[in-house]
Design a protein around this ligand. Structure first.
Ligand code: NAD
Length: 472
């Protein structure tokens, strides 16, 4: 078993200043596969001091000086794709196919996009007698969750480094191993000491100390809305910039005339991928009341293709959830849905057949869900699809916009113009029309309680910049 008692601070691996250890479990076997350092506020102090000490010089480097190590980091990600995928299977439970095709491949795509964006980005412009400079925001605290454990790291750290910021990363407790692998790649890429630092540990201790640290200029956080709220409160007191990527309860709206079969099948793939642990997942399927039973039957058939199983097998399409805590939370929501009157079409709160061990949940479809039910309002973060009937377009829009969240959505219609007009009225940061493909250069982020700020592409780079005008 791997035992890591160190943190990556100031350009090297140093013993953690706390003596504690965090266990990392394989969600399919429930066995402890590694331990990492349970960091403390003293580790955070050391990491922030290293990042502060490096900030001025790194912030004044040229684009070319930043491009060289950033390109080597991208190449390192490319060279270790297989190991990245296997690490994520072991600590997070994604099936190997998904881990390879998405969990490892997406960060490489995003890293490549930042190498290209940096190469072409203009950091200054003339406005009348002023030269306006896009300068780095300073020391960044990056706090990430476990569901896309490397993607979320790369989506913060790469643009921050490209912008000329220095970084302290605090990864999720459940998935520190791929974050340590990332730190190794940063180390090998040859960034100056202190430009990137990693502190593993518990959120309420290390995360809270980092977010509130006076030496941090910007907090970029992905995780739950509850923690995001507390981070924003602390940041407000310290006048720090924040970027928050929080929860979602996204609606997929199928308008009359759309290809119902395709819309429902794509919805199933979307909601059962990564065992439903995707913040943008279309967890609410909205269909016209006249097509309701047809949609339910298609969804039931589609769900059957996502029977959970061993994530290390290439055949498996859905693995376990990340932890016992998440499994219990999701099972609790399924029970609450049924208690409140939802019809259990497939799945349920019991362990799937033949899988007594592992944090597995059955792919579950709930019908007769009404907009006020808990399963229609709260983020479940598991493989659970709620199907809701609407009367007409206005009713569909009212339901779609009727939660505290506004992260993502889907619209399906006979023609793109009708779908786009509906999408423009949705309170959501990104909406896919008739199955529109994910675009790694498009801004990603939420409306309402789903967050503030944007990640990915040019918008993601600009989160880490601030503006100075010098008059001549
Ligand atoms: P969480 O908010 O508890 O944890 C996320 C990160 O924050 C972890 O690194 C954790 O250690 C840290 N953290 C916890 N408490 C903290 C505190 N008080 N101060 C600072 N940091 C703290 O989230 P979770 O329950 O582990 O993850 C699941 C949730 O994350 C889901 O509910 C989902 O909504 C959300 N999420 C959102 C997105 C998105 O992009 N919008 C992506 C993934 C997950």
């Amino acid at each position: 078993m791997q035992q890591h008692a160190d943190q990556y601070i100031g350009g090297g691996w140093r013993p953690s200043l706390g003596g504690g250890a965090l266990e990392v479990r394989n969600p399919a076997t429930e066995e402890v596969i590694a331990t990492v350092a349970a960091g403390t506020a003293a580790d955070v102090d050391a990491a922030v001091a290293a990042a502060r000490a490096a900030a001025r010089d790194w912030g004044l480097t040229s684009r070319e000086e930043r491009l060289a190590p950033l390109t080597r980091l991208r190449d390192g990600l490319a060279a270790r794709q297989q190991e990245i995928a296997e690490t994520i299977v072991a600590e997070q439970g994604s099936p190997i196919g998904f881990a390879t095709g998405v969990q490892a491949a997406l960060p490489l795509l995003v890293a490549s996009s930042y190498v290209e964006l940096l190469a072409g980005y203009e950091f200054q412009e003339k406005i009348g007698n002023s030269t306006v400079y896009a300068e780095p925001a300073g020391v960044v605290a990056a706090i990430t969750p476990w569901n896309y454990p490397l993607h979320q790291v790369v989506a913060k750290v790469l643009p921050a480094l490209a912008a000329g910021c220095t970084v302290v990363l605090k990864p999720a407790e459940d998935t520190p191993l791929v974050a340590r692998l990332f730190a190794e790649l940063v180390d090998q890429a040859g960034f100056p000491a202190g430009v990137f630092n990693l502190v593993t540990g518990v959120g309420s201790e290390v995360g809270a100390a980092l977010a509130a640290h006076p030496g941090v200029d910007l907090v970029s956080f992905t995780g739950s809305t509850a923690v995001g709220r507390s981070i924003a409160e602390h940041a407000g007191r310290g006048i720090k910039k924040v970027a928050l990527e929080l929860g979602g309860k996204s609606a997929n709206v199928v308008l009359p005339g759309a290809d119902l079969g395709r819309a429902v099948n794509v919805n199933a793939a979307n909601v059962f991928a990564n065992s439903g642990q995707t913040c943008t997942a279309w967890t609410r399927l909205l269909v016209h009341q006249d097509q309701y039973e047809e949609a339910v039957a298609i969804a039931a058939k589609a769900a059957a293709k996502y029977q959970p199983g061993d994530p290390s097998s290439a055949e498996t399409r859905m693995g376990p959830l990340v932890s016992a805590k998440q499994r219990e939370r999701v099972r609790g929501y399924i029970r609450a849905g049924v208690e409140q009157g939802a019809r259990l079409v497939v799945g349920g709160a019991e362990a799937p057949d033949g899988l007594p061990t592992g944090y597995y949940v059955q792919p579950t479809v709930l019908a007769d869900v009404t907009p006020e039910m808990t399963v229609a309002q709260e983020e479940i973060f598991g493989p659970v699809l709620s199907i809701i009937a609407y009367r007409d377009e206005d009713h569909a829009l009212e339901i779609a916009n009727g939660t505290e969240y506004g992260l993502a959505g889907g619209v399906w219609a006979a023609d793109e113009a009708t779908a786009a007009a509906f999408a423009r009225r949705m309170d959501a940061g990104q909406v896919d029309i008739n199955g529109g493909r994910f675009n790694p250069l498009a801004p990603f982020g939420g409306y309402k309680s789903s967050g503030v700020g944007r990640e990915l592409g040019r918008h993601g780079l600009e989160e880490f910049l601030q503006t100075k005008s010098i008059q001549f």
